[in-house]
Design a protein around this ligand. Structure first.
Ligand code: NAI
Length: 333
């Protein structure tokens, strides 16, 4: 068996981590033969809860789990790590303005970027889950300048999984029969879930999703809104935000990045200007992963309708970036 990989999960006392840690420790992400050492980072008041999670991980008796390092110190958490799930973030509290939320998170992702710069392997793969995920990933990468920007990604896989599952249910097929659903842009309500290039296997035949559903108007309007608002619907029902599904999506994202993806998958990645998206924002594109690298799928047609959707979400990301950079300057970060 190979050497263990070191994997840090931040927000380790939180609800997403509670599902995610189990998935990572039982081999869902790095492979069924790859031992792992888990680093669990949370803030000092949560260390008691983290200890409980450590006990439960032990009680799972997982053969691949070779060590657990609980800590509130980012320098310990990021020491020699191969992969990072940045889940912990400041949640929006009542009465909190968007700006305050952004400022709090800029602070967190700055500190973690700096700790990555000081401690992590140069090959570290970072997945940011904590919101605003795309802009947090950008900030984190700015504070870890010696690590390639390509190593910082943001999670839109939950949106992709939601869209895929929705189409599969509508066609009465398995999720495995639906491929190449795309999420463009920000992990927010401006995201553009796009099935114009997606395929489905229905009754043994591979067809385009548009052909199978035969209702373009629905796919352009109700479907898009349903996926954009799915997170809010889960909160309304559960009184808590998506956690099991968010953990599954984080596991899927890192697995595809680490082990390669069979089809296109969507990831927030540093924009190189593809599809007329401004550079230097973390934007969700369709990518293919192999050799532990992602590559943006090129050559897809963007019609006027799609152009409008891409521009809206790009504009929001630029605004977020400018606000985040202003916070960095104001507080002399
Ligand atoms: P939670 O509130 O249950 O847990 C968050 C944990 O992060 C808490 O234990 C908290 O103490 C910790 N934390 C706060 N600041 C920290 C810091 N500086 N360092 C380390 N840990 C810190 O939240 P939950 O439900 O686990 O969600 C986590 C984040 O994921 C939220 O920002 C949420 O909005 C986001 N999210 C993103 C999704 C996506 O698709 N990208 C989907 C669902 C949630």
């Amino acid at each position: 068996q190979s050497e263990p990989v070191r994997v840090v999960v931040t927000g380790a006392a939180g609800q997403i981590a509670y599902s995610l840690l189990y998935m990572v420790a039982k081999g869902d992400v790095f492979g069924p033969n790859q031992p792992v050492i888990l680093h669990l980072l949370d803030i000092p008041p949560m260390m008691g809860v983290v200890q409980g999670v450590v006990m439960e991980l032990s009680d799972c008796a997982l053969p691949l789990l070779r060590g657990v390092v609980p800590t509130a110190d980012p320098d310990v958490a990021f020491k020699d790590v191969d992969a990072a799930f940045l889940v912990g973030a400041m949640p929006r509290k009542e009465g909190m303005e968007r700006k305050d939320l952004l400022a709090a998170n800029v602070g967190i992702f700055k500190v973690q970027g700096q700790a990555i710069e000081r401690n992590a392997k140069r090959t570290i793969k970072v997945l940011v889950v904590g919101n605003p995920a795309n802009t947090n990933a950008l900030v984190c990468s700015k504070y870890a300048p010696s690590i390639p920007k390509e190593n910082f990604t943001a999670m839109t896989r939950l949106d992709q999984n939601r869209a895929t599952a929705h189409i599969a249910e509508r066609l009465n097929v398995s999720c495995a029969d639906v491929s190449n659903v795309i999420i463009w842009g920000n992990h927010s309500s401006t995201q553009f879930p796009d099935v114009r290039h997606a395929n489905a296997t229905v009754n043994g035949a591979k067809v385009s999703v548009s052909e199978a559903i035969k209702d373009d108007e629905y796919l352009k309007t109700q479907f898009v809104e349903k996926i954009q608002k799915r997170g809010a619907a889960v909160i309304a029902a559960r009184k808590l935000s998506s956690a099991m599904s968010a953990a599954k999506a984080a596991s899927d994202h890192m697995k595809d990045w680490w082990q390669g993806s069979a089809n296109w998958v969507s990831m927030g990645v540093i924009s190189d200007g593809s599809y007329g998206v401004p550079a230097d924002v973390v934007f969700s594109f369709p990518v293919i992963c192999s050799d532990k690298k992602w590559t943006i799928v090129q050559g897809l047609e963007i019609d006027e309708y799609a152009r409008g959707k891409l521009d809206i979400t790009a504009k929001e990301l630029i605004e977020e970036r400018e606000e985040a950079l202003a916070v960095c300057q104001d507080s002399n970060l």
